[in-house]
Design a protein around this ligand. Structure first.
Ligand SMILES: Nc1ncnc2c1ncn2[C@@H]1O[C@H](COP(=O)(O)OP(=O)(O)OP(=O)(O)O)[C@@H](O)[C@H]1O
Length: 264
């Protein structure tokens, strides 16, 4: 079966006046339809670069990148993107932000209004439709960004540290919310995070990247039942998976430290 996302031998070098940075080299990863895969790895290993390439915001210079068997040519509405920073338009309300994206995608005003209202309801923000971003908490702003990304029914959701700027409690609420939405409305998700607990809680598989130049070092399948619940975080099975992922990342951190020592 054709994978939803096919990445094979992907490479990316940033060229600069102060030399070239090989960010990715030989990244190979397939995502099946409706699969939730997290990317984890040491800082600077290329997670965001890989996500940006899949989003079509950066170009790759080697390898193959296909969505539904078709090459990616720039950003597209088939891929919804949510970043860590809240990318809302400050002069529009929550409803206005979601409607804006839909109208830009060619929907009529009436349709945009209805679809935006449905998606704000999906993220539990019906009562805040008329609030401006400055009147919303960080978690609420991120819920609007998720509603907006989902509103034009993308084939894939690409998320780069979407909860990274939130406090621990809000972060847990957002993880539960996203897990519930995903379990109900299945969608292919590629999710970048530094938080191993979050990766294990959310994912079907966790892909651990090597140090830069990044490639996929190991994939840890997360065979915990769905729906995921926070009670699972306290189980031995969860802790075991978390340790397996952490051990892989730790091995990469140790390699960085050893390199630092060798360079004196
Ligand atoms: N626009 C750019 N120009 C030059 N180098 C870049 C650019 N973007 C990223 N890099 C370099 O590519 C490498 C990978 O960066 P990237 O941001 O993808 O890593 P990351 O794994 O997402 O890091 P972090 O976990 O710290 O967010 C880093 O060495 C970074 O300095």
């Amino acid at each position: 079966m054709t994978p939803k996302l096919h990445i094979a031998g992907l490479g990316k070098t940033f060229r600069g006046d102060r030399g070239d940075v090989v960010a990715l080299d030989g990244v190979t990863l397939d995502l099946a339809e409706n699969e939730f895969v997290s990317l984890v790895g040491t800082s600077g290993c290329g997670k965001s670069t890989l996500l940006s390439i899949v989003a079509g915001l950066e170009e790759h210079d080697q390898g193959e990148l296909l969505v539904d068997g078709q090459p990616i040519e720039g950003p597209g509405r088939d891929r919804g993107v949510v970043f860590q920073s809240y990318t809302l338009l400050p002069w529009l309300t929550a409803q206005g932000n979601v409607e804006f994206a839909l109208k830009a995608a060619g929907r009529s005003a009436a349709e945009a209004r209805a679809v935006a209202a449905d998606h704000l309801a999906l993220v539990g923000l019906t009562g805040f439709a008329d609030a401006y971003p400055s009147e919303l908490s960080g978690g609420m702003k991120q819920r609007v960004a998720i509603a907006r990304a989902l509103s034009y029914r993308p084939k894939m959701l690409l998320m780069d540290e979407p909860f990274g700027a939130l406090d621990a409690l809000t972060r847990h609420h957002m993880q539960e919310l996203l897990a519930r939405i995903w379990e109900r409305h299945r969608l292919t998700v590629l999710f970048v995070t530094h938080d191993v607990e979050e990766a294990v809680y959310m994912s079907d598989r966790v892909a651990v990247m090597s140090n830069r130049p990044g490639r996929i070092k190991t994939i840890v399948p997360i065979d915990l039942p769905r729906p995921r619940t926070y009670a699972m975080v306290a189980t031995a099975a969860f802790a075991d998976l978390q340790h397996r992922v952490l051990d892989e990342i730790r091995a990469e951190s140790i390699a960085i430290a050893a390199l630092g020592d060798a360079l004196g």
